[in-house]
Design a protein around this ligand. Structure first.
Ligand code: HEM
Length: 455
């Protein structure tokens, strides 16, 4: 079947992103004082509530079809349930997204499971609010400013080419998802942060990631304990790196030695530490968080972009032409520039469309800051939830003050890899109907093997 991307792009506003509003601490007082105002739905059994149904649907990657949709049909777009011990209100649609995301820090605050907080660190950006949050975001943003991006493009190009030479060349079948994970890891550490990747590092970080959404139970052999131990190894390694960087900067300020990596994020974070704006633990937690934020999300987005291209050959032809035109305007061996990347409009549309169909992050949870009656606010506007609303309707990168801080890096990573692959390789999916699993982030169940041959 062929498929015209231009036709489906206007459907973006119709996309209904889902927000899980988990009303933890204040929910009981809301429940007691204003029962009539609560949305319809079932709280189910004490503690367990509807958790099993939720997990079953999530495992099959049918969260919307098997869990959300039947409840919307029964109760409407906003309904109550109980998940993992917490009374929960599930809201759907652009208006609800706008309400929650734009009220971050005012009425609600983003909420992560205890295991994620323990493993990412209680001092990372995801746990910061207000001024402290603004300060960390500012530091990350300077590395992704226009001049930062310009300097990053040749580094990413070099990393991608090296990755293809090392891992693709001479192979007939490769796992696109597995290899892309290792590539995005290298790009975040080396091209953004300025930390050299050592052979055992990826394994350590992946062990932490495996425990991020597991129950926070430390019994021998549990994913959480393994992740905790890996986090301790990472801390040791990163502390070494941070202290060396601090010494280097100190010596440089005294007029000795050389300062490499001045534009890199690690340099900026350590400078903030020297100037007393951040503690050592804050720097460490943010480095771990950045790897976590970039890793599965970008790899999944890349994998799904290729899957979509394989399923829609007309789109692929148009996309390939875009990259051939860019390459044809370059001398042999000349590297891509930010200007070239800006011309990859069609490719970015394809990537955005694949993120619409397969969002790397499926839901978002918030808890209230005040015991205000949010249900009143939501229901007053209930009629407007039905209208297609452009802003806050397409949210793979979130919205409001917590909108993805790595959007530009993700975009560069995706566009540059697509450019290198489509101009250097013929490729096809080994299993075009490979199921997508969710645990709790989505991933191709067989790692998306592709058959490749050089052009
Ligand atoms: C396709 C790839 C990506 C997707 C789909 C994505 C998606 C998201 C989403 C939905 C959020 C909001 C989470 C929330 O509301 O709590 C977010 C936040 C964030 N992302 Fe990304 N992300 C991607 C890549 C990256 C990359 C490459 C980096 C950095 C290296 C990054 C860094 C961050 C950070 C630091 C935050 C937290 C922002 C804050 O709390 O202010 N992301 N991302």
């Amino acid at each position: 079947m062929t498929f015209d991307l231009n036709f489906i792009l206007p459907l973006f506003p119709v996309f209904i992103a889902m927000a899980l509003a988990i009303l933890f601490s204040n929910y009981n007082s809301i429940t007691n004082r204003s029962k009539k105002k609560l949305p319809p739905g079932e709280l189910g059994l004490p503690w367990i509530g509807e958790t099993l149904d939720f997990y079953k649907a999530q495992k099959k990657n049918k969260l919307y079809e098997h869990f959300i949709k039947p409840r919307i049909q029964k109760n409407g777009k906003t309904f109550k349930t109980r998940l993992m011990g917490s009374p929960t209100v599930v809201v759907n649609g652009a208006e609800a997204n706008k309400f929650f995301l734009s009220n971050e820090f005012k009425l609600v605050v983003s909420s992560w499971p205890s295991s994620s907080v323990q493993l990412m660190g209680s001092d990372s950006i995801m746990e910061k609010q207000g001024e402290a949050h603004r300060c960390v975001r500012g530091i990350i943003a300077t590395s992704l400013s226009c001049s930062g991006l310009e300097a990053m493009v040749p580094k990413i190009c070099k990393t991608v080419q090296f990755h293809l030479d090392e891992n693709w060349q001479g192979k007939e079948i490769i796992s696109l998802y597995r290899l892309t994970r290792s590539l995005t890891f290298t790009i975040v550490l080396e091209c953004m942060l300025g930390i050299e990747v050592k052979p055992n590092m990826l394994g350590m970080f992946e062990r932490v990631l495996e425990g991020v959404f597991s129950p926070p139970i430390k019994f021998p052999g549990s994913a959480f304990l393994r992740a905790k131990n890996a986090r301790m190894e990472i801390e040791k390694m990163l502390l070494d790196i941070l202290r060396k960087k601090r010494e280097e900067i100190h010596e440089f300020q005294q007029g000795e030695g050389e300062e490499g990596g001045a534009g890199m994020l690690l340099f900026r974070l350590v400078m903030a530490m020297i100037q007393g704006e951040m503690s050592e633990k804050e720097v460490l937690d943010n480095v771990v968080l950045l790897v976590f934020a970039a890793h599965d999300t970008t790899s999944f987005a890349i994998t799904m972009t290729f899957r979509m291209l394989a399923h829609h050959p007309n789109c692929y032809s148009q996309l390939l032409q875009e990259h051939l035109d860019i390459r044809n305007n370059k001398r042999p061996g000349e590297t891509l520039t930010l200007e070239d990347i800006k011309k990859m409009n069609y490719t970015w549309q394809v990537a955005r469309e694949s993120m619409r169909m397969f969002p790397p992050i499926l839901a978002h949870s918030e808890r209230p800051l005040q015991t205000l009656n949010m249900m009143d606010l939501l229901f007053q506007k209930a009629g407007r939830f039905d209208d297609p609303v452009q802003p806050y309707a397409y949210l793979p990168f979130g919205g409001g003050p917590r909108q993805c801080a790595g959007y530009q890096l993700a975009k560069l990573n995706i566009l540059i890899l697509v450019n290198f692959v489509v101009t250097q390789y013929e490729w096809s999916l080994v299993n075009p109907e490979e199921p997508i699993a969710v645990d709790p982030l989505p991933f191709p169940s067989q790692g998306m093997p592709i058959r490749i041959s050089p052009k």
